[in-house]
Design a protein around this ligand. Sequence first.
Ligand SMILES: Nc1nc2c(c(=O)[nH]1)N[C@H]1C(S)=C(S)[C@@H](COP(=O)(O)OP(=O)(O)OC[C@H]3O[C@@H](n4cnc5c(=O)[nH]c(N)nc54)[C@H](O)[C@@H]3O)O[C@H]1N2
Ligand SMILES: Nc1nc2c(c(=O)[nH]1)N[C@H]1C(S)=C(S)[C@@H](COP(=O)(O)OP(=O)(O)OC[C@H]3O[C@@H](n4cnc5c(=O)[nH]c(N)nc54)[C@H](O)[C@@H]3O)O[C@H]1N2
Ligand SMILES: [Mo]
Length: 759
Amino acid sequence: MSDRKRIHPYNQPAGGWGALKALGEHLVEQGIPVRGARTLLRMNQPLGFDCPGCAWPDPKHTSSFEFCENGGKAVAWESTAERCTPEFFEAHTVSELAGWSDYELEMAGRLTHPMAYDPASDRYLPVGWDEAFATIGRHLSALPDPNMAEFYTSGRTSNEAAFLYQLFVREYGTNNFPDCSNMCHEATSVGLPQSLGVGKGTVLLEDFDTADCILIFGQNPGTNSPRMMTSLRNASRRGATILSFNPFRERALERFQAPQSPFEMTTLTSTPISRCLYQVRVGGDVAVVKGMMKFLVAQDALSPVLDWEFIRKHTMGIAALVADLKATDWADIERQSGMRRDEIEQAAAVYMKAPRAIVVYGMGITQHRHGAAAVQQLANLCLLKGNIGREGAGLCPVRGHSNVQGDRTVGITEVPTAEFLDRLQARFGFKPPSAHGHNVVTALEAMTRGEVRVFVGMGGNIVAAMPDWQVTRDAFRRLDLTVHVSTKLNRSHLVHGRQALILPCLGRTELDVQATGPQSITVEDSMSMVHASLGLNTPASPHLKSEPAIVAGMARAALGSRTVVDWEALVADYDRIRSAIEDVFPIFGNYNARIRVPGGFHLTSSARERVWNTPTGKANFLVFPGLGEDPDQHDPDVLWLTSVRSHDQYNTTLYSLSDRYRGVWGQRDVVFLSAEEIEKRGFRPGDRVDLVAVSDDGIDRRVCGYQLVAYSFPAGSCAAYYPETNPLVPLQAHDPMSFTPSYKGIAVRIVRAALDKAA
Ligand SMILES: Nc1nc2c(c(=O)[nH]1)N[C@H]1C(S)=C(S)[C@@H](COP(=O)(O)OP(=O)(O)OC[C@H]3O[C@@H](n4cnc5c(=O)[nH]c(N)nc54)[C@H](O)[C@@H]3O)O[C@H]1N2
Ligand SMILES: Nc1nc2c(c(=O)[nH]1)N[C@H]1C(S)=C(S)[C@@H](COP(=O)(O)OP(=O)(O)OC[C@H]3O[C@@H](n4cnc5c(=O)[nH]c(N)nc54)[C@H](O)[C@@H]3O)O[C@H]1N2
Ligand SMILES: [Mo]
């Protein structure tokens, strides 16, 4: 936090000594230099807890200690020595806290007591658990229609808590499950089933050991899934070709120094990662992928390079795809992608020649108005070469939150299938609602229309994570009751309804003791491996409850005598929750036995087996007409802004104000763009500007006083940090298929700062 404000390039490789130093400093800042280090040794171990950071898998969860700077920061953040107590809330009104930065709010430490908002004093006051549950029960029972409540989930929630949560909410009577994945990989969950019949990836960690080529689109592994660097480094060292497509030359995509390698650490050497790093224009990926496929199809006409045996046996729609590619002009592809034809052909040739290829992608693909279509074009690219369902090959969406994928698997969805609802009814005996519920965008729209009275958040910080802050905030302030199950104080607690509750819960690292003894929970990683996690730290406060216990408390209070579920029994022993999950979802067969095997088990992905659960019974080539152009894009003054994570943040949580690899220190109000784009607009690097969103609804959306940073960045594009730039994203700017907000494709103009705060 102490970094002096400056822009100064960082020339070291990703990882290495810089990472060790940064984590050491972070443990000191959280007041746990020794205890924190000890806690880290239990991360991702057979009898330890699952890292609460990202969803990248571990080598069978049986490895010796694997250093990960950002996993370490996530753990230290949760195990901090700081406490946010009733005395803290006594000392600060909510209006005062609203003026604090997000960083300062979370630095208050772990929440220790359930708290209820008191309008008379404008403070949160301590409240007993029973009274808190009774308040929730009273509000929910009073609603004339259960669809007037929203039940949000953030992806750290365990399978057990998530399953109980959906059980409670469905017995209560709604499918309103806005979820963090609506802002994240929904484009995958919606796009891939149409292509491959399953909304998940098709690779396992071991596939990285035999892939000949790895393409990485719009994902920043060195920061957001640093343990992935081990796989990439090994692949690079054994000669696999890695190509990256990203507007930034992200350091970890260039070179990586493995903290695990005594040789690299002592000789200060590193491993090159990407053979080429293509600086694609923001939003230009559909064009790149179509260009690559156009090249493959053209080559195939000369001599076959596509996997025709696979295409004939397993797919539908090749003719329409080929026709669409033929009709697409190279000039348009070049303009939209920001890449030259020869570069795209070079990349395509590498992919063409590779016997086995993995296509990896992240938020740079999904968070666009055409996110689901972009995902489908990546699936097309894989299908052309038969790169699905064989060793060393496949599609690899890198999930975000450590259990966002598991939450979906166990029923957190606003669009449940009839089969799932039938099984739920058969197992529990109540009739769950079948009408589709709200996702985050439609929930907010309903809130804005005044159709929602109660919001319950199972983790997360939705008010900061959502687009269009003004609209979001107005909507939350209209509610009768807002409830947040949280570990730390955040913005969502301060933008509250008439009544508001903060319910503090145990974190992943902490011991969870219920009536039958200590409990473990389970999570599913990005590659569909399910394994147990056992917290061992003493809880941050004796007043915390586990997420499952909190769900049970809310359920009993809201459902009263009408519930058919024995909530006490389920919470007393999480094995019983897992048995219930298994009853509803047969893929979890033998759940309790299988998670006791170190490393856990794999939930099969049908596409990996080349079983296509699509309406056609085949994998589908899907055509996306056009290249994802946007109406405003031919206005030369408009820049396409992408909002990204710094190296020192976890979503809305900031660990510091610096971004080491990008050379930004002590500040976040910066915008990256090329020197040419700066000059073209009559500015100089270092000038302060306002970013003004371009939209046709007449609303002035702007963020002010941003410093221009000259950077190697594609023409027509710029980047700044999430969540500060969220006010710029109009709520209606989302993918029509998946409703994913267009966080990475925001049309903006830059204007001289109204208030020049340059110092
Ligand atoms: N330490 C840490 N770990 C995390 C998180 C965190 O915040 N901090 N968040 C977790 C979550 S919930 C998620 S979803 C993941 C997010 O992990 P990522 O998917 O890596 O997310 P971002 O950093 O938002 O953006 C990814 C990359 O996309 C690039 N990009 C931006 N726009 C475009 C574009 O139009 N095209 C292309 N090709 N690239 C583009 C950016 O430059 C960036 O390198 O990480 C998870 N892990
Ligand atoms: N502009 C822009 N906006 C974005 C994105 C972007 O790239 N750009 N990314 C989007 C993405 S990918 C995501 S996933 C969302 C993230 O949205 P969320 O998941 O809603 O946000 P987080 O910042 O992860 O939530 C942090 C809070 O979670 C609580 N918490 C932490 N651990 C636990 C726990 O174990 N249990 C409980 N109950 N609570 C806990 C703490 O109180 C903490 O303050 O943001 C989205 N918003
Ligand atoms: Mo995410």
